[in-house]
Design a protein around this ligand. Structure first.
Ligand code: DSN
Length: 412
């Protein structure tokens, strides 16, 4: 019996039930992934026991010698992975990374131009309920409502009119390639700083599967737990000229003690991402997403922008007359975990929505390939087309469990 099971059977029970949920279900939430055992081991380690405020070589606490080694390894590996001049691996999350990036180049009251949350942006890009929308004047841009892709001419016109201090590019629900060079050119034309938030596509950018923003835009922020396949957390990369401002904005500007067990796990993740297999993995994520998209289109569903270039796709359910919430619930009952999502021209609240966001990083980590994507796509179509038929949903769940259990999450 494990120590946890002996001392806290209630939490041990939660962990076991969650293990079975992950094993028997299909995780298609585009921002989630399954970390390696090595990442899990570093994250759940004795590195959680210590304060290490400051940076390597300049800590506010004694006894940090091994913490310095871990943080330097994380920084150096991240710089190598992206070819970045400077890296800060301390942000606790992507939102913290964005906050520090904004504060490194802009004061409260400044103007932030960003993609609307309802059209694919992120909460920390200026939502009125987030610090970003409360401390900065927000100028939104969105997708073209006909093509449902970014129109850089329109974005440039908004920037010229509004003269933002910062333009943030990057998205949490955009299925197409983002032209970071175009954003940087627009920012330079209006004297703005350009921050790219590559949280969703970091693994694709690191491996050349999507064009990178590092050394293109002024600053790049990311999370480490999506396509990068590391522990939950954030990071920032920039040129040397922004290094001091970024580091100061993270600590002492915004955070206290870094989560050193997470930083150790980030170092493990970055080492894994430097291996050639990681590029194969990211290529497979995108291949899988394309096959899933084709299967859904063949099943008569409409996809926002008609398809996908990356790890995610958005289904527009308005022609089926059902909401994102209903579809999320029905698919959940079938063992397929997805999230409801707003789509361009959205008419419903974010708690209901007309769309679904689906991503392939986690199922690809389990070794699933094109054949499994066709299976998953057909099951999604079947559940959506028979949304009121609980018996059909239950039958699909049986098929999903049988398929998923052929791809154990920790086979070793
Ligand atoms: N909430 C994350 C997502 O699902 O995209 C981004 O932080």
């Amino acid at each position: 019996m494990s120590e946890l099971a002996r001392t806290d059977p209630e939490i041990a029970d939660v962990l076991e039930k969650e293990r079975l949920r992950q094993l028997n279900g299909l995780e298609l939430i585009a921002s989630e992934n399954i970390v390696s055992r090595a990442v899990l081991e570093a994250q759940g380690s004795i590195m959680t026991n210590k304060y290490a405020e400051g940076y390597p070589g300049k800590r506010y606490y004694g006894g940090c010698e091994y913490y310095d080694v871990a943080e330097n390894l994380a920084r150096d590996r991240l710089k190598k992975l992206f070819g970045a001049e400077h890296a800060n691996v301390q942000p606790h999350s992507g939102t913290q990374a964005n906050m520090a990036a904004y504060f490194s180049v802009m004061k409260p009251g400044g103007t932030l131009m960003s993609m609307s949350l309802s059209q694919g942006g992120h909460l920390s890009h200026g939502s009125p309920v987030n610090f970003s929308g409360q401390l900065f004047r927000i100028v939104p841009y969105g997708v073209d409502l006909e093509t449902e892709v970014l129109d850089y001419g329109v974005i440039e016109a908004i920037a010229r009119k509004e003269k933002p201090n910062v333009i943030v590019c990057g998205a949490s629900a955009y299925p197409r390639t983002i032209d970071f060079k175009a954003f940087m050119e627009i920012a330079e034309a209006v004297g703005a700083y350009c921050i790219a938030d590559i949280a969703h596509i970091a693994g694709l950018c690191a491996t050349g599967v999507h064009p990178t923003s590092v050394n293109v835009t002024h600053i790049t922020t990311t999370t480490t737990h999506k396509t990068l396949r590391g522990p939950r957390g954030g990071a920032i990369m920039c040129g040397k000229e922004f290094a001091q401002a970024v580091d100061k904005a993270v600590f002492p500007g915004m955070q206290g003690g870094p989560l050193m067990h997470t930083i150790a796990a980030k170092a493990v993740c970055f080492r894994e991402a430097l291996r050639p297999q990681f590029a194969d993995y990211n290529r497979q994520i995108v291949k899988n997403c394309r096959v899933l998209a084709e299967t859904l289109l063949d099943g008569g569903l409409r996809l926002v922008s008609g398809g996908t270039d990356n790890h995610l796709l958005l289904i527009d359910l308005s022609q089926q007359g059902i909401t994102g919430l209903e579809a999320e619930n029905a698919l959940g009952c079938a063992g397929i975990t997805v999230n409801k999502n707003t789509i361009p021209r959205e008419t419903r609240s974010p708690f209901v929505t007309s769309g679904l966001r689906i991503g392939t990083p986690a199922v690809t980590s389990r070794g699933m390939k094109e054949a499994e994507m066709r299976f998953i796509g057909e099951k999604i179509v079947h559940v959506i087309r028979n949304i009121k038929d609980d018996a059909q949903t239950a039958r699909v769940k049986g098929e999903v469990v049988a398929m998923a259990s052929r791809f154990p999450i920790y086979p070793e």
